[in-house]
Design a protein around this ligand. Structure first.
Ligand code: GCO
Ligand code: MG
Length: 408
């Protein structure tokens, strides 16, 4: 089998997505997700200008060899643009191989280790009543695990809280905004540290001890502040506290870990196993948060999760709406196959996205399943995709109350 074409499809149904479609001389096609929120066209250009010419005439079955070739032959290693582009190729090749084998991809990854993939959804609120409503809405949709984000008194707009800057119906939180420039949000860590434990206390009092709760700190605290927060949330029994501090400095997590038993999840902005080396070998985290889409694809993600398994660390694969249905399906096949599955993030895509991407995955009672179609189980309707041209969109950024730019 030979690759005869590789096309980069950029579409913006509810938001921007970059998809690589690889075509073979036997008529089998494969899809890969190359979406990097707010920097989509950089990945599209990387693929079109530098990767597509290398794929033509290659054997699509040589997945490991192609991965090593793209990673090593570029000479310039790692980084989100490179690793997202490589991920798109890797996913598309696994899609082709599984279709050629006539099997859903999870079968090639070792077969199902469980019957369904437990998910968590995103609830948020400006105040306790709206937060409680949002939690109830998620419970009604079937979620048994819910991420809780809340506004902070005195701050205008905070990461993870829906319907602050828009009018009308509440919408699921989506950070990227279409527009010429990024929006500005504000931040004050002392106010956050004072406010958040009371919110979790109120949520526990309202919903009881059984509901699984998570929270995302979105890289805003110093290690010492993160240690304080982890301690103060211990009575509320979180499933995890995510991205409590920026983790480029992996050793910083020693401080947090030694001070709190609140489980820690890190990694959505990482792109290789090297970003995790200290975190995993010193067991400084409990969950690996990488996205298949931003970590070079299924091939390295499987290795990363197997490495984590040796240290009793589980998966918590990144699954916000900026991962396309193709990237979500790739995550689901891994989730189903690996032994050290933890939980899968699942924000549901909008109706326009579902019109462009036909999915075989299902969501029932809080559990996802990738379905039994050969391959990843997702196809793209290129005519529908063409109706939604790219629209510039940026993630917001943060300033402290005195105007200093802060981690968003
Ligand atoms: C999460 C994330 C996202 C990111 C988004 C950026 O835990 O799901 O923090 O909400 O902010 O993926 O593009
Ligand atoms: Mg996050």
């Amino acid at each position: 089998m030979k690759i005869t074409a590789a096309d980069v499809i950029v579409t913006s149904p509810d938001r921007n997505f970059v998809t690589l479609k690889i075509t073979t001389d036997e008529g089998i096609t494969g899809l890969g997700d190359g979406t990097l929120n707010g920097r989509e066209l950089a990945v599209a250009a990387y693929l079109t200008e530098h990767v597509v010419p290398l794929l033509l005439d290659r054997d699509p079955m040589t997945i490991e060899d192609t991965w090593q070739f793209l990673y090593r032959a570029a000479y310039w290693r790692r980084g989100p643009i490179t690793m997202t582009a490589i991920a798109a190729v890797d996913m598309a090749l696994w899609d082709i191989k599984a279709k050629a084998a006539g099997m859903p991809l999870y079968q090639l990854l070792g077969g199902a280790s469980r019957s369904g993939i437990r998910t968590y959804g995103h609830a948020s609120g400006m105040d306790l009543p709206s937060l409680f409503d949002s939690i109830r809405e998620h419970q009604e949709k079937g979620y048994t695990a819910i991420r809780v984000q809340t506004a902070i008194p005195g701050l205008r707009a905070v990461y993870g809280v829906a319907a602050q800057a828009t009018e009308g119906a509440r919408y699921d939180y989506e950070p990227a905004r279409r527009g010429a420039l990024p929006t500005e949000e504000d931040w004050d860590t002392p106010s956050y540290l004072r406010h958040l434990p009371g919110v979790f206390e109120a949520v526990r009092n309202e919903f009881g001890p059984e509901l699984t709760l998570l929270h995302d700190g979105h890289h805003r605290m110093t290690p010492n502040q993160a240690a304080q927060l982890g301690k103060s949330l211990e009575p509320y029994d979180l499933f995890w506290l995510e991205d409590c501090t920026p983790a480029e400095n992996q050793q910083a997590l020693r401080r947090v870990r030694s001070q709190t038993t609140t489980p820690l999840a890190i990694g959505e902005i990482f792109n290789t196993v090297w970003d995790y080396q200290t975190l995993i070998t010193e067991q400084l985290i409990d969950y690996v948060r990488s996205a298949v889409t931003h970590t070079g694809g299924i091939t390295p993600m499987k290795k990363l999760l197997d490495f984590a398994a040796q240290y009793q660390i589980k998966s918590g694969i990144h699954g916000p709406t900026d991962i396309s249905p193709v990237g979500m399906a790739a995550a689901m096949h891994l989730d189903l196959a690996i032994h050290n599955f933890g939980i899968q993030e699942y924000m549901q895509h909008g109706a326009l996205t579902d019109e462009v991407f036909q999915q075989s995955y299902t969501f029932t009672d809080g559990y996802l399943h990738p379905g039994e179609k050969p391959g990843l189980g997702v196809e793209i309707d290129e005519e529908a995709a063409a109706k939604f041209p790219y629209e510039r969109a940026y993630l917001p950024y943060n300033r402290l109350l005195d105007g200093t730019v802060h981690d968003w």
